[in-house]
Design a binder for this molecule. Sequence first.
Ligand code: PEP
Ligand code: MN
Length: 288
Amino acid sequence: MEPIQEHEAVKKVMRVQEPYKKVNRAFHPDDTVIVGDGFTIGDKQLAVMAGPCSVESEEQIISAARAVKAAGANFLRGGAFKPRTSPYRFQGLGREGLDYLVTAKKETGLPIVTEIINTEDIDLFVDKVDVIQVGARNMQNFALLKELGKTKKPVLLKRGLSATIDEWLMSAEYIVSGGNPNVVLCERGIRTFEPATRNTLDISAVPVVKRQSHLPIIVDPSHATGLWWAVEPLAVAAVCAGADGVMVEVHENPAEALSDGKQSLLPEKFSALTQKLKSAAALMGRVV
Ligand code: PEP
Ligand code: MN
């Protein structure tokens, strides 16, 4: 390092050991704020993404969109293409589901966040969706990440089921180094030896990521725990730990939900949660 430092044209030399460069805070000290069509992620405004696990019908998603908006959400989530562990489970409504999300957006004005599972669908998603979600199971689908890097669409990159923070940031690096700076990270729980919850929410990932990277990070306590009653305390904890937002599954009839009913909040419960988030946000100098 020293001979480089001594050259008159060199102002500063930094040793960067992490393999990721573009997403590294060392090269980009200011927080990244993602600016979409009518929304921002990563500034004072907390991102509150809510909605059902799956889009089940046009009526269901419009009604859920109205309910989550009334309760304080500023994004609508809902899966149209579902990456299910079992091939025998509901796989989502596909393109039809995407169109229902677009209708729900027209009805409520809420920007939509939904998961992509196939590289071939990128143009369709760029056209119809506000934030493209890459699910935990596709965090290291490098072909998909490279193609998303060629777009400018905000990408919500979930942490892989057993991914380290470095591996997760390397996946973000694939997208950003491809030319798309608009990446939001989402901690959604990791596999541990503890069976009491579906996964273990790694709340430490929030301050660690904030230190290592300038990208915004949100937390999904629904997939982290698999238990509706654990969602509220962990959503509050996530905001207090410095997260830029939360993603929460909400369903008007969890017992009949086609996926993830056990972790879905009723709209009333979600409304109580957003009230608590207001206090947590205020504590952290943010607003809901
Ligand atoms: C989801 O958000 O619908 C989902 C499938 O989550 P994850 O990829 O975190 O399991
Ligand atoms: Mn789900």
